[in-house]
Design a protein. Structure first.
Length: 260
């Protein structure tokens, strides 16, 4: 897909991966709609994009709220590209997680992506064009201990992607799933204790990537219409080993992961 002149909507765009993806789409000539809860942080990102000659609009919204998703879809017509990047959630054992927090983890990213995509899918199908990107986590491929609520939502997002890919075949609308390794973003600062739950085997084998690298992967996935992109290559190799040797990979994740 050629991005110049296209309209792109990016969720979770106030910082980290989403902010960098919005900036990169704008640099490719797209008008970018940035969505996140913080109006102040969104305005900073829009200002940054415009200072470099890009085109962008801020749309403050809490995507854990279905009514706000519906209002966003009424405010912003179906974009050419929808990037479902918003995600929240601490890494906790299930019985250490409150019911309210579990519902929030399910609402974002999974239900937010599900409902927002639903709002736009009809218009995309009707015009016979469009692209969806779901940004996911390595735990959607390689389960780790001590992360049940967050992990379950990420597996649901993976299922959404796979299901839609079949439904969209032949419609002119496509979907990509982009799965980076550990990212040097604000996530681990905003969710203290999560970083320590990464199994030692993963910390040793998989290097950290930057939000800028993630943004490049997201834009490349749209331009090249890639179905899936796991990176860096060490993560892809680890994922393949999980499919070839599931028992060994699962044991190593447990052995070097979080224990009570």
């Amino acid at each position: 897909m050629q991005l110049s002149g296209k309209k792109v909507l990016v969720t979770g765009a106030s910082q980290g991966i989403g902010a960098e993806a919005a900036f990169r789409f704008a640099a490719h000539g797209a008008h970018v709609h940035l969505v996140a809860r913080s109006a102040e942080l969104l305005d900073l990102q829009v200002k940054r994009i415009k200072e470099f000659g890009g085109s962008a609009t801020a749309h403050p919204a809490d995507l854990a709220d279905a009514e706000q998703i519906r209002a966003l879809a009424e405010e912003v017509p179906a974009p050419d590209v929808l990037v479902n990047n918003a995600g929240v959630g601490r890494w906790l054992f299930l019985d250490d997680t409150s019911a309210d927090e579990l519902q929030t983890m399910t609402a974002v990213p999974y239900l937010a992506a599900l409902l927002l995509t639903r709002e736009y899918l009809g218009a995309m199908r009707s015009r016979g064009s469009g692209w969806i990107v779901n940004v996911n986590s390595p735990v959607s491929r390689l389960p780790i201990p001590g992360c049940v609520g967050y992990q379950s939502s990420r597996w649901a997002l993976r299922g959404l992607t796979a299901s839609l890919r079949l439904d969209l075949r032949g419609t002119g609308v496509g979907i990509s799933e982009v799965v980076p390794g550990k990212v040097s973003s604000e996530y681990f600062t905003n969710n203290p204790g999560a970083e320590e739950r990464i199994p030692a085997i993963a910390r040793l084998m998989i290097p950290t990537v930057t939000p800028e690298q993630c943004a490049k992967a997201i834009v490349d996935a749209v331009e090249k219409e890639r179905a899936e992109h796991l990176f860096p290559w060490q993560l892809k190799a680890f994922e393949i080993s999980g499919r070839l040797f599931p028992g060994l990979t699962s044991y190593l994740a447990w052995k070097t992961g979080t224990h009570r």
